[in-house]
Design a protein around this ligand. Structure first.
Ligand SMILES: Cc1cc2nc3c(=O)[nH]c(=O)nc-3n(C[C@H](O)[C@H](O)[C@H](O)COP(=O)(O)OP(=O)(O)OC[C@H]3O[C@@H](n4cnc5c(N)ncnc54)[C@H](O)[C@@H]3O)c2cc1C
Length: 319
């Protein structure tokens, strides 16, 4: 079967790209080993229930983000902010609080980065952050397809160009008691729509290169210890489901996430191959980047793009 665009990988990124293309009338077919080949349609194959934090500065303290990125970081955050609210991703601007004693340098970095922030008793709050519930896409199964254009939305498709640029990192969350969105020593905690969730994670040096997305008891125990140290109550009998390809409304889960070598998403055409595009390396900040990155990729496919892709996200940065 022939079509205009094939989307390879239907996780959060692939679904965002797929649904945007479908909504704009593009003849698009998607593939993911978990669901096979899919076409836009009425039957909902996906029910992500995904929700998570949308952070206005990746997952770094603003001072570190400014130190690493400088004015390029300010440009990037402005691009993200302009695309934050969009159909299919219900954004709730709760703010995200960081618990840290070093509040003055952080507030100063926020000013430089153009982020709205205020001091709080335990640190500072980024007013433009919040929580997102990602969209559900209705699609129906179909047969294999070849497209004029291929968009790769997974790091693990066998595309060799990506081999030395992305790596699998396993993240795990536990369930915790009620809090507004906060980032403390061990991770983040948030509640959405009255339903309480927690997302916390283990240190990367324990996690890089992992391929099993099952929650591990050792990591759960470590996360619970960190939570207690920060004055957050773990919910020990919360059901921990087996796995999640992304952040999830399940109270406890683990997933393999593609992290890029410089920590930023990789978006755009593969060098020397203009008919193959990529959107991956979203790391643990997928919901922060996706609205902007998926919009940009789809606009560029349709030749309708007016937004400029910050160079720090483009594929050409690796040349
Ligand atoms: C515990 C946890 C908590 C998180 N919390 C947050 C949060 O609060 N905020 C936030 O922004 N992000 C969070 N994330 C990160 C977020 O889930 C990722 O950024 C996001 O899932 C990345 O989207 P993706 O589509 O690139 O990858 P994925 O969602 O992992 O999807 C990749 C897809 O590719 C498919 N695939 C694999 N191999 C192939 C192949 N060979 N061919 C085709 N398809 C293939 C997989 O089946 C999968 O469906 C969290 C992640 C975890 C694990």
């Amino acid at each position: 079967m022939q079509c205009d665009v094939v989307v390879i990988g239907l996780g959060l990124a692939g679904r965002a790209v797929f649904s945007r293309l479908a909504a704009r009338g593009v003849d698009v077919v998607g593939f993911d080993p978990r669901v096979g080949w899919v076409r836009p349609g009425a039957a909902p194959l996906f029910d992500t229930g995904a929700l998570g934090l949308l952070l206005p500065c990746h997952l770094e303290l603003p001072s570190r983000f400014w130190g690493a990125m400088g004015t390029a970081g300010a440009d990037l955050l402005a691009a993200i902010a302009a695309h934050r609210e969009r159909p299919g991703m219900a954004f709730e601007a709760t703010g995200v609080e960081w618990w840290t004693g070093e509040r003055a340098p952080e507030l100063e970095a926020c000013l430089r980065l153009g982020l709205r922030a205020e001091a709080t008793a335990r640190g500072f709050r980024l007013l433009d952050g919040g929580v997102v519930a990602a969209d559900t896409v209705g699609v129906s199964a179909s047969e294999p397809a070849e497209g004029e254009l291929t968009l790769i939305c997974t790091a693990f498709s066998g595309e060799h160009w990506l081999d030395d640029k992305v790596m699998p990192v396993r993240w795990q969350s536990i369930a915790v008691s009620a809090h507004h969105p906060v980032i403390s020593r061990g991770g983040s905690v948030f509640s959405v729509g009255g339903r309480l969730c927690g997302a916390r994670w283990a240190t990367p040096h324990m996690e890089v290169g992992e391929t099993v997305a099952e929650p591990s008891d050792v990591v759960t125990a470590m996360l619970e210890r960190l939570a207690v140290q920060d004055g957050i109550t773990p919910i020990p009998d919360a059901r921990v489901r087996g796995r999640s390809a992304g952040c999830s409304s399940d109270p406890g889960c683990a997933g393999i996430v593609a992290e890029s070598c410089d920590g930023l998403p990789i978006v755009g055409p593969l060098p020397g191959r203009p008919r193959v595009g990529v959107l991956t390396g979203l790391g643990v900040a997928g919901l922060t980047y996706l609205p902007f990155a998926a919009d940009w990729l789809v606009d560029s496919v349709l030749g309708a793009g007016s937004a400029r892709l910050p160079a720090c996200l483009g594929t050409a940065r690796f040349r």
